[in-house]
Design a protein around this ligand. Structure first.
Ligand code: NDP
Length: 323
């Protein structure tokens, strides 16, 4: 049976890179038929229809249907997976509070549509920024969707950390695993390599390399570096990481490997409950669980607390915008 996958903001740059990946089977595997639901706002309706035309022209064997619409109810109806990419971009001169205000209103409205019209077991991934806080608002305003089904994307940061280690140690990226992104998908995120491993040419090594200072800032500021180089924000890598996030959530993480996902905090690692915070997780049978018992040193604790504090502050700002 075909899985219905919603992509909001589907006419945007990430959407344009993401929908062919889904239609080709990169997200749900090479044997899983899909029906794409693409939502965008009325000013983008023409471009959205163009994306639909290109999907038809690409003749993807797994693609069993395309719904392209500006109607949120039609877009959400019966979807099994929702990837929320649409969001109001930060424009020059806008205060952080203005962007937050626009986006939390969008996510509040879309929460209701998903709650009422999506499949009951719908899995949600929020990509649009501020991703953690948008996901939290979506969760709060869709109380019947289980909290464990609402996540946000930090897999791009995770993959960026893997990529940086592979470049610096001159090893294959597939030989590096178990980095962690803690916290917010923002510049306060903490890329942690204390538990990472590199396996190459027959040796396996837990990383004791002190990849602190410059490594951390490179990962944190990679998005800005790409904007500088491309004059556009990252889209290909964001789309690919969104595929990885859903792929591993649905199909499972390989044995001995964890990934980073923004998930609802239950207080693990003393992170305040009630935030959407990025943790190391493993996935099995369509469910994620936080990796428990990792040793946290003083340096890590400070970084993990700083990013948690930022999320607590974003949460109150979001609520003040909705008040
Ligand atoms: P993109 O497709 O480039 O980005 C979409 C969202 O993803 C933005 O919020 C962006 O945040 C966020 N994002 C998260 N991680 C990353 C990352 N690593 N790199 C880049 N972006 C990231 O934006 P476009 O403007 O091309 O497309 C947005 C679409 O959303 C448009 O089609 C537009 O019509 C639609 N839209 C929908 C709205 C709604 O649903 N009501 C409202 C406004 C727009 P950031 O801005 O911080 O880069």
């Amino acid at each position: 049976m075909a899985v219905r996958v919603l992509v909001t903001g589907a006419a945007g740059q990430i959407g344009y890179a993401l929908v062919p990946m889904i239609a080709r089977g990169a997200m749900l595997g090479p044997n899983q038929p899909v029906i794409l639901h693409m939502l965008d706002i009325p000013p983008s309706a023409g471009a959205l229809n163009g994306v639909k035309m290109e999907l038809i022209d690409a003749a993807f064997p797994l693609l069993k249907g395309v719904v392209a619409t500006t109607d949120v109810v039609e877009a959400c109806s019966g979807v099994n997976i929702a990837i929320m990419v649409g969001g109001f971009p930060r424009k020059e001169g806008m205060e952080r509070k203005d962007v937050m205000s626009k986006n939390v209103s969008i996510y509040k409205a879309q929460a209701s549509a998903l709650e009422q019209h999506a499949a009951p077991d719908c899995k949600v991934l929020v990509v649009a920024n501020p991703a953690n806080t948008n996901a939290l608002i979506l969760k709060e305003f869709a109380p019947s969707i289980p909290a464990k089904n609402i996540t946000c994307l930090t897999r791009l940061d995770h993959n960026r950390a893997l990529g940086q280690i592979s470049e610096r140690l001159n090893v294959q990226v597939s030989d590096v695993k178990n980095v962690i992104i803690w916290g917010n998908h923002s510049s306060t995120q903490y890329p942690d390599v204390n538990h990472a491993t590199v396996t190459t040419k027959g040796w396996r090594k837990t990383m004791c390399i002190r990849l602190h200072g410059e490594f951390i800032t490179t990962v944190q500021q990679r998005g800005a570096a790409i904007i500088k180089a491309r004059k556009l924000s990252s889209a290909l890598s964001a789309a690919s990481s969104a595929c990885d996030h859903i792929h591993d959530w649905v199909l499972g993480t390989p044995k001995g490997t964890w990934v980073s996902m923004g998930v609802y905090s239950d207080g693990a690692y003393d992170i305040p409950p009630g935030l959407i915070y990025s943790f190391p997780v493993t996935c099995e049978n369509g469910e994620w669980s936080i990796v428990q018992g990792l040793k946290i040193d003083k340096f890590s604790r400070e970084k993990m607390t700083a990013t948690a504090n930022e999320l607590t502050e974003e949460k109150s700002l979001a609520y003040s915008c909705l008040a």
